[in-house]
Design a protein around this ligand. Sequence first.
Ligand SMILES: C[S@@+](CC[C@H](N)C(=O)[O-])C[C@H]1O[C@@H](n2cnc3c(N)ncnc32)[C@H](O)[C@@H]1O
Length: 327
Amino acid sequence: MLDITLADEQVTARCYKQHMPRNKRSTPKKPNPRRSVRQKAKAKPKRKPPRFTKSTADRHVLYQESVQAPERDARFFQRYYQKTTGKPLRVLREDFCGTALLSCWFVKLHSENRAIGVDLHNPTLNWARKHNVKPLLNESQQQRLSLVNDSVLNVLPIKAQLIAVLNFSYSVFHTRALLRAYLANALASLDAGGILLMDAWGGPDVMAHKTDRVRHHGFDYLWEQRAYDPISHHIECAIHFEFRDGTKLKNAFVYDWRLWTMAELRELFTEVGFADVHVLWEGTNLATSTGNGAFRRKEVGDNDPAFITYVVGQKPGCKGQNNRRRG
Ligand SMILES: C[S@@+](CC[C@H](N)C(=O)[O-])C[C@H]1O[C@@H](n2cnc3c(N)ncnc32)[C@H](O)[C@@H]1O
């Protein structure tokens, strides 16, 4: 059985399960030796300005800190691809890439890694260029990253070895026909033996009207499930942020989605031509009752109140395909 663990970190970051990347601690200030004791006594205690407040916070920064673990994900995809195909992963396509942080981290991992990020929202891609690509990547790394402003429903000329779809972004497709068209396009965009890997969420908790709060360094992240229709599986969710000074950023991101089940996803993967379609199920950390970062191929899942998994399929046509998968 293939058992993939997300390296040294304990958990994977996803909005629903609330496993968030560790915040960087701010370095404690050293006392200034030149300040006299009398001055010290007189000086009023200075309040540190809040790290974030509604008027200064950037919703993309907050989103990245709250729901993404791009370095960990990039390493996981490299390991998974290598174990599955026996070859190194050198070309990653990140569909619905948003701020393309995963793509940035992927090109940083190896001097031959190339990434293609696809998103139809150009302002978000521009934000990515300014706030992620330029500060994180050197010249050579930037050359190996392409950001494409297009719909993932359109065929792109560059083929990838692995396509990653994270944070349930395919849920924007409300009909079977649209999701099927997307999956067929993803299949066409992969090399022979290439892998499509999408995260999926489910369990009774995801259908409940509720808001979960997670505390971060300088702000709280709120995940609201505000509407769910059991007939159509239409689901509406929103992300809000609250700051230490009492200000709030409501509806920073609003999602009008269809909640797809893993059964539907697996059937559609197979229908468009993916082979060896399977689910990677995350184990549970018994102490915290949250995900433990170890993903195992499973045929029957645990009936957890909420879970996050990966649905995976492989493009047929690669010699020796699947030989390495089962241990
Ligand atoms: C939930 S965000 C996901 C961002 C990122 N993938 C992540 O893991 O956090 C969804 C992104 O999908 C983009 N999007 C929605 N429909 C799209 C489509 N048809 N083609 C390409 N991008 C699309 C949106 O512009 C948005 O940036």
